[in-house]
Write a protein that binds this ligand. Sequence first.
Ligand code: SPV
Ligand code: MG
Length: 632
Amino acid sequence: MKISNNETILSRQLNMICNAGISEIIILLRSYNNVILRYCNSLNLPIKISFVNYLDINCNFIKYEQLDCDILIVQSDLIFEYAVFDAVVNNKESCMVVSSTLPLADNDTVVTIQNGLITKLGNNFLTKAVTAYPMYKILKKDCKAWFDNLTDLYKNESTDYQVEKVFTNCQIHPLDIKNQFCRKINNIENLVIASYKLKQTENRIVYMCFSTDIVHNGHISIIKRAMRLGKPIIGLLSDKAMINNGQTPLVSFYDRKSLFENIGGVYKVIEQKTISFKENIEKYKPSYVLFDSSWNNASQKPICNEVLSIIAKYGGQIIFYSLDEKYKKLEQNICSNLSLPDVRRVRLRKAISTKGLINAIEAHDGLTGLIAENTLIYENCKLRQFDAMWISSLCDSTIKGKPDIEIVDLTSRFRTIDEIMDVTTKPIIFDGETGGLTEHFVYTVKTLERMGVSMVIIEDKSGFKRNSLFGADVQQTQASISEFCRKIEFGKKAQSTGDFMICARIESLILERGMDDALKRAFAYVDAGADSIMIHSRQNKPCEIFEFVDRFRFKNNITPIVVVPTSFSEVTEEEFEARGVNVVIYANQLTRASFPAMQNVAKMILKYHRAKECDDVCMPFKDIIKLIENEI
Ligand code: SPV
Ligand code: MG
């Protein structure tokens, strides 16, 4: 029976069987039929087909003892979509296809289910029955019981049969296909309706999201799975969304897009602008959303829940997939490559140019590095995490119990970087203090660049350096413009990649030298080759920072501006971005948070002569021992 010009029910079934990698089938006929035999041969399928007259029990009606494998049984009058067939093939237990959502129709095959197993099969007479379709997967271990009963069934030739025995001797699980398409064709009218419905199922939209620029076989098999469900639309994370997600696109969005467009069967590739699927699934209303199952357990759960609540409104369905272990490993390797110097270094410049505004948080050891690396939240299903880490001189000195006066030498500062790099992948901005003598600074640049640091910030002070937040309360000397420009120029000449950035930090506002001096220096430093400008202030209102940014941006719209909002902490990142700032550094909050917490606990122990009272403000010891897990 023809479903369309190029497909019959039989050819469709045989093609599916071949595509599933099945190599041998037996076609049961009521009598030998040359037409069917010739038709099957004419399809030229790479499969061994035998024909058996099933009424001839003594002939070679299936000799299950000879079948050393699991088997599929499909009645020849069934039309079904690929997804149904895939579900049966991939089912891990012996099963029969049922639909719990389809209303019972006259003369349909129905089954009753008890304790998760099919107990009875019949024709519409069973109470509490569900619609069933004569399509089974029978595991090798259940074959004998199954065929014994099947033989009984056909011997009886009753239409009003009850075959409890079949299902009590072997465990047949119902495989619920719900609304997926499967129909029994009894007449031509049925066939016309079913063909039309089948066409509709093939036009369903299937949505999945990828955030990769390396396509491997794991992706291809997910796309193939989507093709069997309908028309696959791939939502490809934009460059900005990828960076937000902690990834770095190796090639442009357009290259990534054409990579996927060139995969046969992909219907459309569209941009997904954030990690949330919302915008695209509300627009395309896919019947299916394919979703990485690991996302359902991990921190990405809010994304999954959002998808579920949107598709529930129009009856869409989520299908979880899981990548093969070898591809998971491959993806982990790609992630760990992000920590390699050449890969890490370039990511800061890329993030600034792609995102417009990035944020960085202070890290001073492995543990704070891990906080900077792993802390994330979802805000309206938008992922928020830190883009980079700041290795502060203040914090690096403070945790060593030393003042912030360039007393912690570079060997020790580099050791801190190393510790952090050991356990993180995010880009690093290094507080280079004054940069020291120009003759020394060139070596600092080379070392930092080789280590994979992305940016060094040097401040235009000379001599005995004190922390900027002291301002003019202590004696501090600002370097001359020419002296500082010379340092920048030599630093730029010393670097060997185009990725590394030198940021010139202007202390004019800190040292109360005025706005004009700050601006004059900013333009001079940019002319000397500075890749970015940091403007610092210790006022508790942001006015002077905003004025600087306005006036600098009036003449220079390109050079990234960095700010450290410690005293003017009320300003949000959104406001900084709107005003033209590009990098916001939270320079000391982790150290400031930890010191009072630790001091409080120390006082409590002294006060109570024991540690019990501070248990409530401490992490349970059961958790601290698991905080950092063994890799193997
Ligand atoms: C640091 O964190 O060490 C800085 C920023 O240089 S500030 O402390 O504000 O000077
Ligand atoms: Mg500092």
